[in-house]
Structures are given as structure tokens and as C-alpha cells.
Design a protein around this ligand. Structure first.
Ligand code: SF4
Ligand code: SF4
Ligand code: SF4
Length: 250
């Protein structure tokens, strides 16, 4: 029997919520470890390995040191996957890049010592600003079922795809009542599905944590906003929460 693929998990600037999703796979962990050999996973194991068949990278890049470490991981990985919105676009960490200067943000976090060398940081970016990424798994956090499907497809030699239709489709399929009818602004018309419309199904607005579909129908979004008496400006901040920036202003 051939050796199982060596899989590793790495993190950069993030809340580690995506790796927690994997650490909490419960009974599915057995199935996963039957298929792959997890050789590095700081939150779960102490082991290290010199090279990897698949590296899953979580978190955004915010420092020069991050770049060197990420390039080293890339050089030792046959396949590199960005998982979680922090790694995909910079995610919620990109709020740091918006609305305030970098110095103001650093001062808010670190106080008067914000300029000390070890606190150095630059505007947040997704990992593909530094290395080539073979595959993206969006979400904040990632969806466990989607993660397992993607791993299985990779092991079968397939190129996994993502849903390329909006969250509204999943929401309607579940026969949820539209939140706009309750005066709640929802980004479902633009957001990439695949999460099962988790938020609207629990009476919370979709905030596009998985990014948008490839060609978001901004015209439809405009029509909905007009129908419910909202303006694009009123939803702009919401759209930027997860580092997503469809051109809704056009
Ligand atoms: S994508 Fe969200 S859940 Fe995942 S590490 Fe980033 S902030 Fe945490
Ligand atoms: S806008 Fe939101 S609540 Fe309304 S159908 Fe779309 S996903 Fe559901
Ligand atoms: S409904 Fe929207 S915000 Fe909620 S998990 Fe799905 S994509 Fe993310």
C-alpha cells in the first residue's frame, strides 16, 4: 500500500477559528486521518516534517517575517491551499487597512510603544500577495463539510470547485423569509453560496464572509436596495467587513 499524502496546517495573523473547525471535526477526524498523514498542525500536534503533499495555510500576511516563513512553506509544499477568509483576501483583518492610518491603528492597539521594532506591521493582505496559491477555501470560518469534500476531491486527483451562485439561492431553497422584509440589510444577493445560507436561516444577515460569486449581479442588488429604500453608501461598510469589494457603486 502506498504511503498516505503528508498534510500540514499553518497559521499566520488570524483568530485560529478555521483550524479549530478542523480540530473539532469529531468523528470525521478518523475518516480524515485514514486518508492522510497529518504531519504538522501546531494546534493539535508537536511534530514537524521537511516537506508536504498538501499545505493548508490560514491567516493573513501583515509583516515582513510572515513573507519569509510563507515562502519557505511554499517551497516545501507540492500543493498549497489558502483556507479561511483571512488567508484568501486578508479577511476581517483588512479592517486595519480601512478608514484609519496604520499608525493610528497601531497606537490604538499598542499604546505609546507602538513604534517598537517587534510590533512592526504593514497593511494586511491575503497569502497570494506573497506566494502562488493552488486552491482557495473561503469562509470565516470555513465550512467543515466543504473542507472535507475538498480534501476528498484533491485525493482523488480532481480540481475542487466552489459554489458560484449567491446565498439567496440556498436561502430560497430552504424557504426562509427574506430578511429585507424585516428591515435587515443582507448581502445574500452578492455572496458566494456553499454555507447553506447559515446566517439568514438563523435570522442574521449574510455579510459575505465567503466573498462574492465570480460575477456578482450588482444590478439585482441595486434593485433590491431601491425597493427597500437603502442606498449603496449605507451598505458599503458592510461589504468591506471581510475584505470583499464588489463594484456595487457602479
Ligand atoms: S477566516 Fe475568520 S475564523 Fe478563520 S482564522 Fe480568519 S478570522 Fe478566524
Ligand atoms: S437577501 Fe438574504 S435573507 Fe433575502 S433571500 Fe437573499 S440571502 Fe435570504
Ligand atoms: S450566510 Fe453569508 S455570512 Fe453567513 S456563513 Fe454564509 S456566506 Fe458567511
Amino acid at each position: 500500500m502506498s504511503a498516505k499524502p503528508k498534510v500540514a496546517f499553518f497559521d499566520f495573523a488570524c483568530c485560529e477559528g478555521c483550524q479549530l473547525q478542523i480540530a473539532n471535526l469529531e468523528e470525521d477526524v478518523v475518516g480524515l486521518t485514514n486518508l492522510v498523514d497529518v504531519v504538522e498542525f501546531r494546534e493539535v500536534l508537536t511534530g514537524k516534517a521537511p516537506e508536504y503533499d498538501i499545505s493548508f495555510v490560514e491567516g493573513s500576511i501583515t509583516r515582513k517575517d510572515d513573507e519569509e516563513r510563507l515562502k519557505d512553506i511554499r517551497s516545501r509544499s507540492k500543493l498549497l491551499v489558502a483556507y479561511g477568509q483571512c488567508a484568501v483576501t486578508g479577511g476581517i483583518n483588512r479592517l486595519k487597512n480601512q478608514w484609519h492610518s496604520l499608525d493610528a491603528v497601531k497606537k490604538e492597539v499598542y499604546g505609546d510603544n507602538y513604534n517598537m521594532p517587534h510590533l512592526d506591521t504593514y497593511p494586511t493582505q491575503g497569502i497570494d500577495a506573497v506566494v502562488t496559491v493552488d486552491l482557495y477555501i473561503p469562509g470565516c470560518p470555513i465550512d467543515r463539510d466543504e473542507f472535507l469534500r475538498i480534501v476528498k476531491e484533491l485525493l482523488l486527483g480532481k480540481k475542487p470547485g466552489l459554489a458560484n451562485y449567491p446565498v439567496c439561492v440556498e436561502c430560497k431553497f430552504k424557504e426562509d423569509v427574506c430578511l429585507f422584509d424585516f428591515g435587515i440589510v443582507c448581502l445574500g444577493p452578492l455572496a458566494r453560496a456553499g454555507c447553506g445560507a447559515k446566517c439568514p436561516s438563523n435570522a442574521a444577515a449574510c455579510e459575505a464572509c465567503r466573498g462574492t460569486v465570480d460575477n456578482p449581479n450588482t444590478h439585482a442588488m441595486h434593485e433590491i436596495l431601491e425597493k427597500y429604500n437603502y442606498t449603496v453608501d449605507q451598505i458599503k461598510r458592510k461589504i468591506n467587513i471581510f475584505g470583499v469589494n464588489p463594484e456595487v457603486s457602479k
